[in-house]
Write a protein that binds this ligand. Structure first.
Ligand SMILES: [Zn+2]
Length: 185
């Protein structure tokens, strides 16, 4: 479905050529509707050769075991989002080490999913009882007998058998990024 009204001023949008690509653009202000995008974040918290998984209690994916995660918020840094999601869903405290995987899904809402390797800090896995109804650390053999989502199996393989540490979270980028977050090789 194409956008009809401006998200900034409410006036009608028109189709216009913007640098060679037809876009929906405002007839009254400078707003351009660039498209529909979402960014997901996922946590890979490994401990003793096992990975933290939760069982989804809601659609989409109800009944499947996945790694904890969610969608980014407008003004929340992604390392804080993923830390919060892990704690809310499982009661586990963990901090971001690096970016270890990325999935791109071009579709009606173009989604990019970023997976973080995270350091376990503490807390016994306890499901929140709303979003998820199970939580725990599981190894590959246990997962063979569990209803683990295919994408989560791919991520678990990265977590346990990845060939590099990925892009490390640069906590003090030089020069500074003015509130931006940096991950680097
Ligand atoms: Zn406008």
């Amino acid at each position: 479905m194409e956008a009809k009204f401006c998200m900034a001023c409410g006036q009608p949008l028109e189709s216009r050529d913007i640098d060679g690509t037809p876009r929906r653009a405002c007839t009254a202000c400078s707003f351009v509707h660039w498209g529909n995008y979402s960014v997901g974040v996922g946590a890979l918290v490994a401990k003793d050769g096992k990975v933290l998984l939760v069982r989804r209690a809601q659609e989409p994916g109800k009944g499947y075991w996945t790694n904890p995660g969610g969608y980014i918020e407008q003004l929340e840094p992604i390392d804080e989002t993923i830390r919060r999601e892990v704690f809310e869903e499982s009661g586990v405290r963990a901090s971001v080490k690096s970016v270890v995987a990325l999935r791109d899904q071009p579709r009606s809402i173009h989604n990019v999913y970023i997976a973080f390797a995270m350091e376990y800090e503490g807390g016994d896995p306890t499901p929140d009882g709303v979003e998820v109804d199970g939580a725990g650390f599981y190894g590959p053999e246990e997962m063979e007998r569990m209803n683990v989502a295919p994408f989560t199996r791919w991520l678990v393989d990265v977590a346990l058998r990845g060939k590099s540490e990925g892009l490390a979270f640069d906590r003090e980028p030089n020069p500074p990024m003015q509130g931006g977050r940096g991950f680097r090789a």
